[in-house]
Design a protein around this ligand. Structure first.
Ligand code: G2I
Length: 473
Protein backbone atom coordinates (compact mmCIF):
# COMPACT_ATOMS: atom_id res chain seq x y z
CA UNK A 1 0.00 0.00 0.00
CA UNK A 2 1.51 3.41 -0.84
CA UNK A 3 2.13 5.80 2.06
CA UNK A 4 -0.55 8.43 2.45
CA UNK A 5 -1.14 11.78 4.16
CA UNK A 6 0.77 12.61 7.31
CA UNK A 7 2.51 9.26 7.47
CA UNK A 8 4.47 10.04 4.32
CA UNK A 9 7.24 12.10 5.93
CA UNK A 10 7.64 9.63 8.78
CA UNK A 11 7.79 6.73 6.39
CA UNK A 12 10.30 8.49 4.19
CA UNK A 13 12.53 9.09 7.18
CA UNK A 14 12.48 5.37 7.83
CA UNK A 15 13.58 4.48 4.34
CA UNK A 16 16.85 2.70 4.40
CA UNK A 17 19.01 1.46 1.61
CA UNK A 18 20.59 -1.91 1.90
CA UNK A 19 23.47 -2.60 -0.44
CA UNK A 20 24.48 -6.10 -1.18
CA UNK A 21 27.41 -7.03 -3.37
CA UNK A 22 26.89 -10.48 -4.67
CA UNK A 23 28.75 -12.84 -6.84
CA UNK A 24 26.81 -14.26 -9.72
CA UNK A 25 25.92 -17.86 -9.39
CA UNK A 26 25.01 -19.69 -12.50
CA UNK A 27 22.10 -21.89 -11.54
CA UNK A 28 22.88 -25.17 -13.21
CA UNK A 29 19.87 -26.83 -11.77
CA UNK A 30 16.33 -26.86 -13.02
CA UNK A 31 14.14 -24.64 -15.13
CA UNK A 32 12.63 -21.82 -13.18
CA UNK A 33 8.87 -21.94 -12.97
CA UNK A 34 7.18 -18.64 -12.37
CA UNK A 35 3.86 -18.99 -10.63
CA UNK A 36 1.70 -15.92 -10.50
CA UNK A 37 -0.70 -17.65 -8.13
CA UNK A 38 -4.43 -17.17 -8.06
CA UNK A 39 -4.42 -14.52 -5.32
CA UNK A 40 -2.44 -12.18 -7.56
CA UNK A 41 -3.79 -13.40 -10.89
CA UNK A 42 -3.71 -10.83 -13.65
CA UNK A 43 -7.01 -10.11 -15.34
CA UNK A 44 -5.89 -9.32 -18.86
CA UNK A 45 -4.13 -11.57 -21.35
CA UNK A 46 -1.13 -9.26 -21.71
CA UNK A 47 -0.58 -8.87 -17.97
CA UNK A 48 -1.00 -12.59 -17.39
CA UNK A 49 1.57 -13.39 -20.07
CA UNK A 50 3.92 -10.76 -18.63
CA UNK A 51 3.95 -12.61 -15.31
CA UNK A 52 6.27 -15.13 -16.96
CA UNK A 53 8.09 -12.59 -19.13
CA UNK A 54 6.06 -13.21 -22.26
CA UNK A 55 3.79 -11.11 -24.45
CA UNK A 56 0.28 -11.86 -25.67
CA UNK A 57 -0.58 -10.05 -28.87
CA UNK A 58 -3.22 -9.80 -31.56
CA UNK A 59 -3.18 -9.07 -35.26
CA UNK A 60 -5.07 -5.87 -35.91
CA UNK A 61 -6.33 -4.03 -38.95
CA UNK A 62 -5.86 -0.26 -38.98
CA UNK A 63 -9.30 0.31 -40.43
CA UNK A 64 -10.98 -1.17 -37.35
CA UNK A 65 -9.11 0.91 -34.77
CA UNK A 66 -11.79 3.58 -35.03
CA UNK A 67 -14.42 1.13 -33.79
CA UNK A 68 -14.60 1.80 -30.06
CA UNK A 69 -15.24 -1.75 -28.86
CA UNK A 70 -12.53 -3.13 -31.11
CA UNK A 71 -9.99 -0.57 -29.90
CA UNK A 72 -11.01 -0.91 -26.25
CA UNK A 73 -10.79 -4.69 -26.31
CA UNK A 74 -7.46 -4.66 -28.08
CA UNK A 75 -5.89 -1.88 -26.00
CA UNK A 76 -7.02 -3.43 -22.72
CA UNK A 77 -6.28 -7.07 -23.25
CA UNK A 78 -3.13 -7.28 -25.36
CA UNK A 79 0.45 -6.11 -24.94
CA UNK A 80 1.71 -6.84 -28.44
CA UNK A 81 0.48 -6.32 -31.97
CA UNK A 82 1.05 -7.55 -35.50
CA UNK A 83 -0.39 -5.47 -38.36
CA UNK A 84 -2.57 -7.96 -40.22
CA UNK A 85 -1.91 -6.57 -43.70
CA UNK A 86 -0.49 -3.06 -43.37
CA UNK A 87 3.24 -3.85 -43.50
CA UNK A 88 3.03 -6.28 -46.41
CA UNK A 89 4.66 -5.49 -49.75
CA UNK A 90 1.43 -4.57 -51.53
CA UNK A 91 0.61 -2.10 -48.76
CA UNK A 92 4.05 -0.52 -48.40
CA UNK A 93 5.45 -0.51 -51.97
CA UNK A 94 2.58 -0.93 -54.37
CA UNK A 95 4.57 0.69 -57.14
CA UNK A 96 8.29 0.38 -57.35
CA UNK A 97 10.24 2.81 -55.20
CA UNK A 98 7.12 4.54 -53.90
CA UNK A 99 6.59 3.72 -50.24
CA UNK A 100 3.53 4.36 -48.12
CA UNK A 101 3.36 3.65 -44.43
CA UNK A 102 0.24 5.49 -43.29
CA UNK A 103 -1.88 2.55 -42.15
CA UNK A 104 1.06 0.77 -40.55
CA UNK A 105 2.14 3.95 -38.78
CA UNK A 106 -1.33 4.21 -37.30
CA UNK A 107 -0.99 0.74 -35.75
CA UNK A 108 2.54 1.47 -34.58
CA UNK A 109 1.56 4.75 -32.90
CA UNK A 110 -1.35 3.12 -31.12
CA UNK A 111 0.90 0.29 -29.95
CA UNK A 112 3.57 2.67 -28.71
CA UNK A 113 0.99 4.73 -26.84
CA UNK A 114 0.04 1.57 -24.97
CA UNK A 115 3.56 0.23 -24.45
CA UNK A 116 2.99 -2.77 -26.68
CA UNK A 117 5.57 -4.86 -28.49
CA UNK A 118 5.27 -4.74 -32.28
CA UNK A 119 5.88 -7.65 -34.65
CA UNK A 120 6.65 -6.55 -38.18
CA UNK A 121 4.88 -8.71 -40.76
CA UNK A 122 6.26 -9.33 -43.34
CA UNK A 123 9.17 -8.32 -45.61
CA UNK A 124 9.52 -11.12 -48.17
CA UNK A 125 6.47 -13.22 -49.05
CA UNK A 126 5.04 -14.57 -52.30
CA UNK A 127 1.49 -13.42 -51.38
CA UNK A 128 0.18 -9.87 -51.40
CA UNK A 129 3.08 -9.14 -53.70
CA UNK A 130 2.50 -6.41 -56.29
CA UNK A 131 2.56 -7.63 -59.89
CA UNK A 132 5.62 -5.57 -60.80
CA UNK A 133 7.84 -7.64 -58.50
CA UNK A 134 7.05 -10.89 -60.29
CA UNK A 135 7.99 -9.45 -63.64
CA UNK A 136 11.58 -8.49 -62.80
CA UNK A 137 14.73 -10.19 -64.01
CA UNK A 138 16.77 -12.06 -61.39
CA UNK A 139 19.28 -9.28 -60.75
CA UNK A 140 16.59 -6.63 -60.70
CA UNK A 141 14.49 -8.72 -58.34
CA UNK A 142 17.46 -9.03 -56.03
CA UNK A 143 17.94 -5.28 -55.87
CA UNK A 144 14.19 -4.68 -55.50
CA UNK A 145 14.09 -7.12 -52.59
CA UNK A 146 17.12 -5.53 -50.93
CA UNK A 147 15.64 -2.08 -51.37
CA UNK A 148 12.25 -3.15 -50.03
CA UNK A 149 13.78 -4.68 -46.89
CA UNK A 150 16.01 -1.64 -46.40
CA UNK A 151 13.34 1.01 -46.85
CA UNK A 152 10.69 -0.68 -44.77
CA UNK A 153 12.99 -1.64 -41.92
CA UNK A 154 14.60 1.79 -41.89
CA UNK A 155 11.21 3.47 -41.64
CA UNK A 156 10.27 1.44 -38.56
CA UNK A 157 13.76 1.15 -37.09
CA UNK A 158 13.81 1.16 -33.30
CA UNK A 159 10.11 0.38 -33.02
CA UNK A 160 9.90 -3.27 -33.97
CA UNK A 161 10.48 -6.11 -31.54
CA UNK A 162 10.64 -8.83 -34.21
CA UNK A 163 10.36 -8.92 -37.99
CA UNK A 164 9.00 -11.78 -40.05
CA UNK A 165 11.81 -11.36 -42.55
CA UNK A 166 10.73 -14.24 -44.75
CA UNK A 167 7.25 -15.74 -44.65
CA UNK A 168 6.06 -19.13 -45.88
CA UNK A 169 9.00 -20.09 -48.09
CA UNK A 170 8.53 -23.85 -47.71
CA UNK A 171 6.22 -26.11 -49.69
CA UNK A 172 3.25 -27.97 -48.28
CA UNK A 173 3.20 -31.74 -48.53
CA UNK A 174 5.96 -34.25 -48.22
CA UNK A 175 8.83 -32.68 -50.12
CA UNK A 176 10.38 -30.64 -47.32
CA UNK A 177 11.64 -28.31 -50.04
CA UNK A 178 11.26 -24.62 -50.73
CA UNK A 179 8.03 -23.62 -52.46
CA UNK A 180 7.94 -22.11 -55.90
CA UNK A 181 7.72 -18.31 -55.79
CA UNK A 182 9.14 -15.41 -57.79
CA UNK A 183 11.99 -15.22 -55.25
CA UNK A 184 12.68 -18.95 -55.18
CA UNK A 185 12.34 -19.42 -58.91
CA UNK A 186 14.67 -16.57 -59.87
CA UNK A 187 17.10 -16.37 -56.96
CA UNK A 188 17.16 -19.96 -55.66
CA UNK A 189 17.31 -21.12 -52.03
CA UNK A 190 19.82 -18.40 -51.24
CA UNK A 191 17.18 -15.68 -51.28
CA UNK A 192 16.25 -16.48 -47.69
CA UNK A 193 19.77 -16.18 -46.35
CA UNK A 194 20.28 -13.04 -48.41
CA UNK A 195 17.11 -11.50 -46.96
CA UNK A 196 18.25 -12.20 -43.38
CA UNK A 197 21.71 -10.78 -44.01
CA UNK A 198 20.22 -7.66 -45.56
CA UNK A 199 17.76 -7.27 -42.68
CA UNK A 200 20.55 -7.62 -40.14
CA UNK A 201 22.55 -4.91 -41.87
CA UNK A 202 19.59 -2.53 -41.56
CA UNK A 203 18.43 -3.16 -37.99
CA UNK A 204 20.49 -5.51 -35.88
CA UNK A 205 18.38 -4.79 -32.79
CA UNK A 206 15.13 -6.23 -34.11
CA UNK A 207 14.73 -9.96 -33.77
CA UNK A 208 14.77 -11.52 -37.23
CA UNK A 209 12.29 -14.38 -37.68
CA UNK A 210 11.38 -16.99 -40.25
CA UNK A 211 7.58 -17.49 -40.13
CA UNK A 212 5.50 -20.35 -41.53
CA UNK A 213 2.37 -22.49 -41.08
CA UNK A 214 2.05 -26.27 -40.83
CA UNK A 215 5.43 -26.56 -39.16
CA UNK A 216 3.98 -27.39 -35.74
CA UNK A 217 4.03 -31.19 -36.06
CA UNK A 218 7.58 -32.36 -35.48
CA UNK A 219 7.68 -35.24 -37.95
CA UNK A 220 6.16 -33.37 -40.91
CA UNK A 221 8.49 -32.97 -43.86
CA UNK A 222 7.81 -29.24 -43.94
CA UNK A 223 8.80 -28.90 -40.27
CA UNK A 224 11.98 -30.84 -40.91
CA UNK A 225 12.81 -28.72 -43.95
CA UNK A 226 12.53 -25.51 -41.95
CA UNK A 227 14.39 -27.04 -39.00
CA UNK A 228 17.30 -28.04 -41.24
CA UNK A 229 17.42 -24.58 -42.74
CA UNK A 230 17.55 -22.92 -39.30
CA UNK A 231 20.17 -25.40 -38.13
CA UNK A 232 22.27 -24.65 -41.18
CA UNK A 233 21.83 -20.88 -40.68
CA UNK A 234 22.90 -21.09 -37.04
CA UNK A 235 25.91 -23.23 -37.89
CA UNK A 236 27.10 -20.75 -40.51
CA UNK A 237 26.30 -17.58 -38.58
CA UNK A 238 23.43 -16.42 -40.77
CA UNK A 239 21.64 -13.86 -38.57
CA UNK A 240 18.36 -15.53 -37.62
CA UNK A 241 16.94 -14.94 -34.12
CA UNK A 242 13.54 -16.57 -34.10
CA UNK A 243 11.04 -18.87 -35.77
CA UNK A 244 7.34 -18.04 -35.93
CA UNK A 245 4.87 -20.92 -35.79
CA UNK A 246 1.67 -19.51 -37.24
CA UNK A 247 -0.51 -22.06 -35.42
CA UNK A 248 -3.68 -21.94 -37.52
CA UNK A 249 -5.26 -25.04 -36.03
CA UNK A 250 -8.32 -27.16 -36.65
CA UNK A 251 -10.72 -27.74 -33.76
CA UNK A 252 -8.53 -30.44 -32.24
CA UNK A 253 -5.83 -27.85 -31.61
CA UNK A 254 -2.10 -28.38 -31.79
CA UNK A 255 -0.49 -31.70 -32.69
CA UNK A 256 0.68 -33.67 -29.66
CA UNK A 257 4.29 -33.06 -30.67
CA UNK A 258 3.93 -29.28 -30.64
CA UNK A 259 5.95 -28.69 -27.47
CA UNK A 260 8.65 -31.03 -28.78
CA UNK A 261 8.81 -29.02 -31.99
CA UNK A 262 9.13 -25.74 -30.10
CA UNK A 263 11.82 -27.19 -27.81
CA UNK A 264 13.79 -28.66 -30.67
CA UNK A 265 13.87 -25.37 -32.57
CA UNK A 266 14.71 -23.44 -29.39
CA UNK A 267 17.61 -25.81 -28.80
CA UNK A 268 19.13 -24.54 -32.05
CA UNK A 269 19.55 -21.18 -30.32
CA UNK A 270 16.54 -19.26 -31.62
CA UNK A 271 13.50 -17.84 -29.88
CA UNK A 272 10.20 -19.39 -30.88
CA UNK A 273 6.88 -17.57 -31.02
CA UNK A 274 3.29 -18.49 -31.82
CA UNK A 275 2.55 -15.84 -34.39
CA UNK A 276 -0.94 -16.26 -35.86
CA UNK A 277 -2.85 -18.48 -33.46
CA UNK A 278 -6.49 -19.28 -34.17
CA UNK A 279 -8.38 -22.54 -33.65
CA UNK A 280 -11.58 -23.58 -35.43
CA UNK A 281 -14.52 -23.15 -33.02
CA UNK A 282 -12.05 -22.07 -30.31
CA UNK A 283 -12.36 -25.07 -27.96
CA UNK A 284 -11.04 -24.11 -24.52
CA UNK A 285 -8.96 -27.27 -24.22
CA UNK A 286 -7.30 -26.79 -27.58
CA UNK A 287 -6.36 -23.23 -26.62
CA UNK A 288 -5.08 -24.35 -23.22
CA UNK A 289 -2.90 -27.03 -24.78
CA UNK A 290 -1.46 -24.52 -27.20
CA UNK A 291 -0.64 -21.94 -24.55
CA UNK A 292 0.85 -24.57 -22.25
CA UNK A 293 3.15 -25.78 -25.01
CA UNK A 294 4.61 -22.28 -25.28
CA UNK A 295 4.79 -21.74 -21.53
CA UNK A 296 6.74 -24.98 -21.17
CA UNK A 297 9.53 -23.77 -23.45
CA UNK A 298 11.73 -21.07 -21.96
CA UNK A 299 12.55 -19.53 -25.33
CA UNK A 300 8.91 -19.36 -26.40
CA UNK A 301 8.73 -15.61 -25.89
CA UNK A 302 5.13 -14.84 -26.79
CA UNK A 303 1.86 -15.67 -28.46
CA UNK A 304 -0.15 -13.68 -30.99
CA UNK A 305 -3.72 -14.51 -31.96
CA UNK A 306 -4.67 -13.71 -35.53
CA UNK A 307 -7.36 -11.15 -34.78
CA UNK A 308 -9.28 -9.59 -31.92
CA UNK A 309 -12.84 -10.70 -32.68
CA UNK A 310 -14.46 -13.46 -34.71
CA UNK A 311 -16.27 -10.71 -36.57
CA UNK A 312 -13.16 -9.81 -38.56
CA UNK A 313 -11.32 -13.14 -38.60
CA UNK A 314 -9.88 -14.21 -41.95
CA UNK A 315 -11.46 -17.63 -41.19
CA UNK A 316 -15.04 -16.44 -41.40
CA UNK A 317 -17.39 -19.13 -40.18
CA UNK A 318 -14.78 -20.83 -38.00
CA UNK A 319 -15.22 -18.50 -35.00
CA UNK A 320 -11.61 -19.24 -34.07
CA UNK A 321 -10.71 -16.34 -31.74
CA UNK A 322 -11.03 -15.47 -28.04
CA UNK A 323 -13.74 -12.81 -28.39
CA UNK A 324 -16.97 -13.43 -30.26
CA UNK A 325 -18.47 -11.07 -32.82
CA UNK A 326 -19.95 -8.93 -30.02
CA UNK A 327 -16.67 -8.79 -28.09
CA UNK A 328 -17.87 -11.21 -25.42
CA UNK A 329 -15.10 -13.25 -23.82
CA UNK A 330 -15.43 -16.88 -24.85
CA UNK A 331 -14.67 -19.92 -22.70
CA UNK A 332 -11.35 -20.12 -24.53
CA UNK A 333 -10.50 -16.64 -23.28
CA UNK A 334 -10.82 -17.76 -19.65
CA UNK A 335 -8.88 -20.92 -20.36
CA UNK A 336 -6.02 -18.93 -21.91
CA UNK A 337 -6.02 -16.38 -19.09
CA UNK A 338 -5.86 -19.12 -16.46
CA UNK A 339 -3.10 -20.96 -18.28
CA UNK A 340 -1.05 -17.76 -18.57
CA UNK A 341 -1.61 -16.94 -14.91
CA UNK A 342 -0.34 -20.36 -13.93
CA UNK A 343 3.08 -19.23 -15.16
CA UNK A 344 5.66 -21.03 -17.19
CA UNK A 345 9.25 -22.04 -17.57
CA UNK A 346 11.48 -19.03 -17.93
CA UNK A 347 14.88 -20.65 -18.17
CA UNK A 348 15.83 -23.57 -20.35
CA UNK A 349 16.12 -26.77 -18.37
CA UNK A 350 19.75 -27.56 -17.71
CA UNK A 351 21.46 -30.53 -16.12
CA UNK A 352 20.88 -30.97 -12.40
CA UNK A 353 23.62 -29.78 -10.12
CA UNK A 354 25.54 -32.62 -8.47
CA UNK A 355 26.47 -30.63 -5.40
CA UNK A 356 23.72 -30.25 -2.79
CA UNK A 357 22.69 -26.78 -1.68
CA UNK A 358 24.94 -25.43 1.04
CA UNK A 359 23.52 -25.22 4.54
CA UNK A 360 22.65 -21.75 5.78
CA UNK A 361 25.23 -20.11 8.03
CA UNK A 362 24.65 -20.82 11.71
CA UNK A 363 26.23 -17.60 12.92
CA UNK A 364 23.71 -14.88 13.66
CA UNK A 365 23.65 -11.77 11.48
CA UNK A 366 26.24 -9.25 12.64
CA UNK A 367 23.84 -6.32 12.58
CA UNK A 368 20.77 -6.62 14.78
CA UNK A 369 17.46 -6.45 12.96
CA UNK A 370 16.21 -2.91 12.56
CA UNK A 371 12.64 -2.26 13.43
CA UNK A 372 10.45 -1.47 10.45
CA UNK A 373 10.86 -2.60 6.87
CA UNK A 374 14.22 -3.42 5.33
CA UNK A 375 15.27 -5.28 2.21
CA UNK A 376 18.18 -6.76 0.35
CA UNK A 377 18.47 -7.85 -3.27
CA UNK A 378 20.57 -10.63 -4.70
CA UNK A 379 21.52 -11.35 -8.27
CA UNK A 380 21.85 -14.73 -9.95
CA UNK A 381 22.46 -15.55 -13.59
CA UNK A 382 20.02 -18.36 -14.22
CA UNK A 383 21.03 -19.01 -17.79
CA UNK A 384 23.45 -17.79 -20.39
CA UNK A 385 24.03 -18.73 -23.99
CA UNK A 386 25.95 -17.35 -26.95
CA UNK A 387 23.44 -14.59 -27.54
CA UNK A 388 22.84 -13.35 -24.03
CA UNK A 389 21.86 -14.21 -20.51
CA UNK A 390 18.97 -14.26 -18.06
CA UNK A 391 19.02 -12.93 -14.54
CA UNK A 392 16.86 -13.61 -11.53
CA UNK A 393 16.87 -11.07 -8.69
CA UNK A 394 15.56 -12.08 -5.28
CA UNK A 395 14.23 -9.31 -3.07
CA UNK A 396 14.20 -10.27 0.59
CA UNK A 397 12.26 -8.51 3.30
CA UNK A 398 14.79 -8.44 6.16
CA UNK A 399 13.21 -6.04 8.65
CA UNK A 400 10.58 -6.49 11.33
CA UNK A 401 7.74 -4.99 9.31
CA UNK A 402 6.45 -5.94 5.88
CA UNK A 403 7.58 -4.05 2.80
CA UNK A 404 4.78 -2.21 1.06
CA UNK A 405 6.86 -1.26 -1.98
CA UNK A 406 10.42 -1.80 -3.11
CA UNK A 407 12.83 -0.58 -5.75
CA UNK A 408 16.06 -2.28 -6.72
CA UNK A 409 18.70 -0.20 -8.51
CA UNK A 410 22.01 -1.02 -10.06
CA UNK A 411 24.44 0.14 -12.70
CA UNK A 412 23.76 -1.86 -15.86
CA UNK A 413 27.02 -2.42 -17.79
CA UNK A 414 27.30 -0.19 -20.85
CA UNK A 415 25.66 -1.62 -23.97
CA UNK A 416 23.92 -4.44 -22.09
CA UNK A 417 20.37 -3.46 -22.94
CA UNK A 418 17.60 -5.23 -21.07
CA UNK A 419 15.09 -6.52 -23.62
CA UNK A 420 12.53 -7.95 -21.22
CA UNK A 421 11.77 -7.62 -17.54
CA UNK A 422 9.10 -9.56 -15.70
CA UNK A 423 7.54 -9.25 -12.24
CA UNK A 424 8.94 -5.70 -11.97
CA UNK A 425 8.63 -2.41 -13.79
CA UNK A 426 11.84 -1.17 -15.35
CA UNK A 427 12.91 2.45 -14.98
CA UNK A 428 15.91 4.66 -14.45
CA UNK A 429 17.21 6.86 -11.69
CA UNK A 430 19.98 9.05 -13.01
CA UNK A 431 22.47 6.69 -14.59
CA UNK A 432 21.10 3.72 -12.67
CA UNK A 433 18.67 1.09 -13.91
CA UNK A 434 15.77 0.51 -11.55
CA UNK A 435 13.19 -2.20 -11.06
CA UNK A 436 10.11 -1.30 -9.08
CA UNK A 437 7.56 -3.79 -7.76
CA UNK A 438 4.43 -4.44 -9.80
CA UNK A 439 0.92 -4.05 -8.41
CA UNK A 440 0.96 -7.64 -7.20
CA UNK A 441 4.37 -8.13 -5.55
CA UNK A 442 5.07 -4.93 -3.59
CA UNK A 443 4.08 -6.25 -0.20
CA UNK A 444 6.51 -8.76 1.22
CA UNK A 445 6.19 -10.08 4.77
CA UNK A 446 9.21 -10.01 7.09
CA UNK A 447 11.56 -12.84 6.17
CA UNK A 448 9.76 -13.53 2.89
CA UNK A 449 11.15 -13.07 -0.60
CA UNK A 450 9.86 -12.15 -4.02
CA UNK A 451 11.72 -12.11 -7.27
CA UNK A 452 11.87 -10.56 -10.70
CA UNK A 453 13.87 -11.30 -13.79
CA UNK A 454 15.30 -9.77 -16.87
CA UNK A 455 16.84 -10.75 -20.16
CA UNK A 456 19.86 -9.31 -21.98
CA UNK A 457 20.05 -10.85 -25.41
CA UNK A 458 22.22 -8.71 -27.59
CA UNK A 459 25.26 -10.95 -27.49
CA UNK A 460 26.89 -10.07 -24.18
CA UNK A 461 28.11 -12.22 -21.34
CA UNK A 462 26.87 -11.49 -17.82
CA UNK A 463 28.94 -9.47 -15.35
CA UNK A 464 30.39 -11.78 -12.69
CA UNK A 465 29.04 -9.58 -9.91
CA UNK A 466 26.59 -6.73 -9.67
CA UNK A 467 26.04 -4.35 -6.78
CA UNK A 468 22.33 -4.03 -6.11
CA UNK A 469 20.61 -1.55 -3.83
CA UNK A 470 17.19 -2.27 -2.40
CA UNK A 471 15.10 0.71 -1.31
CA UNK A 472 11.80 0.15 0.47
CA UNK A 473 8.79 1.81 1.96
O1 G2I B 1 -4.06 -16.20 -44.49
C1 G2I B 1 -3.90 -16.07 -43.13
C2 G2I B 1 -2.50 -15.61 -42.80
C3 G2I B 1 -1.49 -16.68 -43.18
N1 G2I B 1 -0.16 -16.29 -42.79
C4 G2I B 1 0.28 -14.99 -43.24
C5 G2I B 1 -0.74 -13.91 -42.92
O2 G2I B 1 -0.32 -12.68 -43.45
C6 G2I B 1 -2.10 -14.28 -43.45
O3 G2I B 1 -2.98 -13.18 -43.14
C7 G2I B 1 -4.04 -12.99 -44.04
C8 G2I B 1 -4.88 -11.83 -43.53
O4 G2I B 1 -5.44 -12.18 -42.29
C9 G2I B 1 -6.01 -11.53 -44.51
O5 G2I B 1 -6.69 -10.32 -44.12
O6 G2I B 1 -3.56 -12.69 -45.31
C10 G2I B 1 -4.61 -12.59 -46.26
C11 G2I B 1 -4.05 -12.45 -47.65
O7 G2I B 1 -3.07 -13.37 -47.93
C12 G2I B 1 -5.46 -11.38 -45.90
O8 G2I B 1 -6.55 -11.28 -46.78
C13 G2I B 1 -6.58 -10.18 -47.60
C14 G2I B 1 -7.63 -10.40 -48.66
O9 G2I B 1 -7.27 -11.55 -49.41
C15 G2I B 1 -7.71 -9.22 -49.55
O10 G2I B 1 -8.77 -9.39 -50.46
C16 G2I B 1 -7.91 -7.95 -48.73
O11 G2I B 1 -7.85 -6.83 -49.58
O12 G2I B 1 -6.87 -9.01 -46.87
C17 G2I B 1 -6.83 -7.84 -47.67
C18 G2I B 1 -6.98 -6.62 -46.79
O13 G2I B 1 -8.18 -6.68 -46.08
Amino acid sequence: MPPTGGSLARRRSRVRTAVTALTATVAATIGLVSLAGTANAANTLGAAAASSGRYFGAAVAANHLGESQYAATFDTEFNAVTPENEMKWDATERSRGSFSFGAADQIVSNAQAHGMKIRGHTLVWHNQLPGWVSNLSASDLQSAMDNHITQVMTHFKGKIYAWDVVNEAFADGGSGQHRSSPFQDKLGNGFIEHAFRTAHSVDSNAKLCYNDYNIENWTDAKTQGVYNMVKDFKSRGVPIDCVGFQSHFGSSGPPSSFQTTLSNFAALGVDVQLTELDIAQAPATAYTNTVKACLSVARCTGITVWGVTDKYSWRSGDNPLLFDGSYNKKAAYTAVLNALNAGGVTTPPTTPSTSPPTTPPTTPPTTPPTSGPLCTASYAVTNSWAGGYQVDVTVKSTGTAALSAWTVSWSQPTGQTISQMWNAVQGTSGALTTAHNTSYNGSVAPGATTSFGYLVDTGQTPPSALQLSCTFT
